[in-house]
Design a protein around this ligand. Structure first.
Ligand code: AMP
Length: 209
């Protein structure tokens, strides 16, 4: 929409921490996002509207220019590949680690590893870089269950406190990447509205400290 910047937010735990940050930059939704079933929100700052999406859909909206900017986890950017987006800010939200994990005391044998994960692209690259032969099993949740049920030897998953791994008899092994929430920008939007986008990025940067 001409004259309006569209910012796509990731719902869930990232949204909870994003809203106070946006508020410090003077961007407050005109109505309560948590209690509304709407997905598009005007806000108190003229010229900005907000979308609330699943994290995996945020890069898609920004890539296609359906949103000018997005707030999304680095795990999703790594998995989808995001070289076609600018990533001007680390928002420092929802910090965690992408790690391999296996049952406590497990050690690799000689054969191919079976790796269960939602992050098959990142995992494939990681094990290839290590020179380890592996087969990858795509799961959409509850990765911790896969080794317990004999579906996989190891998993690649997000670790925060490590409690979920521990509760399922697993331990973290290798760090693949430190993860946090990033601001991404559509490159064509940046060319079309450089002043507006740079002002918004500068205000968000100030709101970080
Ligand atoms: P924890 O038990 O604290 O290590 O949390 C691990 C689980 O919480 C993982 O299985 C993730 O699905 C989820 N999780 C924790 N932090 C994040 C985050 N920043 N982004 C997405 N998922 C997370």
């Amino acid at each position: 929409m001409p004259g309006v910047l569209t910012l796509a937010l990731t719902k869930g735990r990232i949204l909870k921490e994003t809203l106070p940050l946006l508020a410090r930059a003077g961007i407050v939704p005109a109505e309560d996002i948590a209690s509304s079933r709407k997905l598009v929100f005007d806000c108190t700052r003229p010229g900005v509207r907000l979308l609330v999406l699943r994290g995996t859909d945020v890069p898609t909206y920004v890539r296609h220019g359906a949103a000018d900017l997005g707030v999304v986890g680095k795990d999703i950017l790594l998995e989808q590949g995001a070289d076609d987006l600018y990533e001007p800010l680390d928002l420092g939200i929802a910090r965690c680690r992408l790690m391999t994990a296996a049952p406590v005391g497990w050690s690799p044998g000689v054969g191919r590893l079976r790796v269960a994960t939602k992050f098959t692209t990142v995992a494939r690259q990681f094990f290839a870089d290590q020179g380890r032969h592996a087969d990858f099993i795509k799961l959409y949740g509850a990765m911790e269950l896969a080794p317990l049920m004999g579906l996989a030897d190891v998993i690649v998953d997000i670790v925060d406190t490590g409690n979920t791994l521990k509760a399922n008899g697993l331990e973290p092994l290798d760090l693949i990447a430190d993860i946090s929430t990033r601001l991404v920008v559509n490159k064509a939007s940046m060319r079309s509205y450089p002043l507006e986008i740079e002002a918004l990025v500068a205000e968000l940067r100030e709101a970080l400290v």
